[in-house]
Ligand binder design. Structure first.
Ligand code: GLA
Length: 383
């Protein structure tokens, strides 16, 4: 598989640029196992950098131009490192342009190169294909420029590229996951101090992605509205972020908050605590706790944070009815895209077949259902 993928990309590279790539880099997507929208509230997220990733085959070209071919979209783009602007036609290219811009603003050397990009992270589905592209680009610039930078700092710069250049007001979760992945571990990320704890799931529990295949409508505008509600809640409660609020304090002061803001705060405070609890439950193989935490998370996302969608509700029903399910919940920012299930490792095929059938019958959409493993963070590699 890996060799076939390499050969496919190398062939595209030769066709476009007439030579062999000299460097390969990869960066993973991620799925949040627990902790929706907790990152920008400086709470906890349990994240899994996944075995679906973005590869870049590269050759330095000795000019100030970056030339890119996006294999998944069959599109080309190029830009000059001396005059980087945002493009409105090839939006995917803005992730690379943004990274180059931010690196330059830090005084880091950037060199022109030719590249083919190819990804097994489904695009715009809530598994962070954009962060994977940012992080793989940063790794390539670092290697070609011959400078050093630790993974955490790199994640922060990639987040800045997305915030400042692309214009998406995301938190640190996606870039952090893509840069800091570890073999066989999920990461419990504390977004207040960016410390992590590696979490090893007890044997016998598989993580399965269930893609609703319904596009994430509204995700941008609604994302900003959710952030604003949380900031309003924190301001009324007199704290710098919702991380500083306990469930007890929130319950005692709930009536000071407008109802919608109170619901958002309630979800975030509980969801952040659930991320920590799920880490412990997975380590211990406590399936009842996994089931309960996932059920609470799904219900809260639907009723309190209101980021669900009809297709996500249909998918949740299909996942919960399927053989081998331990727990399931929504993932990503919401409003469509991917969801996640914990499934008995012996039953993933039966689970997939049942979800496919039930979900298709309910929605007319063919879902994509597949197990994922933990993956290491963005790096140069030899495929
Ligand atoms: C998107 C953002 C992340 C995070 C999640 C929701 O993926 O990019 O920063 O807020 O949504 O948890």
């Amino acid at each position: 598989m890996q060799l076939e993928r390499r050969e496919y990309i190398a062939e595209l590279f030769r066709g476009r640029y007439g030579s062999e790539p000299q460097l390969w880099a990869r960066a993973p997507g991620r799925v949040d196992l627990m902790g929706s929208h907790t990152d920008y509230n400086l709470g906890y997220v349990l994240t899994l950098p996944i075995s679906r990733d973005t590869w870049m085959a590269v050759k330095k070209n000795g000019t100030r131009n970056v030339r890119l071919h996006a294999a998944n979209l069959n599109e080309d783009d190029s830009f000059s490192l001396d005059a980087i602007e945002k493009t409105s036609t090839k939006k995917w290219s803005n992730y690379a342009r943004g990274v180059a811009t931010v690196l330059q603003s830090e005084g880091l050397q950037t060199d022109g190169f030719d590249a083919v990009i190819q990804s097994t992270v489904p695009l715009e589905s809530g598994l962070s294909s954009s962060a994977a592209l940012e992080c793989v680009t940063a790794v390539v610039f670092r290697e070609l420029g011959g400078w050093n930078m630790a993974a955490k700092a790199m994640a922060a710069l990639c987040q800045r590229a997305e915030n400042e250049f692309v214009g998406v007001n995301c938190g640190i979760l996606d870039q952090y996951s893509s840069c800091l992945g570890q073999e066989e571990c999920a990461l419990l990320l504390d977004c207040r101090d960016l410390s992590t704890r590696a979490v090893r799931t007890a044997g016998g529990i598989a993580v399965v992605i269930c893609n609703t295949m319904s596009p994430r409508r509204l995700s941008g505008s609604e994302y900003d509205l959710r952030r604003a509600d949380c900031e309003r809640g924190a301001a009324i409660l007199g704290v710098s972020s919702l991380r500083e609020v306990t469930a007890e304090v929130l319950a005692a002061r709930r009536n000071e908050l407008p109802e919608q803001v109170a619901k958002r705060c309630e979800f975030i405070v509980a969801e952040s605590a659930r991320a920590d609890s799920l880490a412990t439950a997975l380590e211990a193989g406590n399936r009842e706790a996994v089931a309960r935490l996932c059920a609470e998370s799904f219900a809260g996302a639907r009723d309190l944070y209101e980021i669900s969608s009809p297709s996500m509700v249909a998918m949740h029903k299909a996942m919960q009815e399927a053989p081998g399910v331990i727990g399931s919940r929504q993932a990503g920012a919401g409003f469509g895209g991917c969801m996640v299930a914990f499934v008995d490792a012996q039953s993933t095929d039966d689970f997939r077949d049942a979800v496919d059938k039930t979900y298709f019958n309910a929605t007319g959409l063919r879902p994509e259902v597949y197990p994922v493993r933990a993956a290491t963070g963005a790096a140069i590699f030899e495929p």
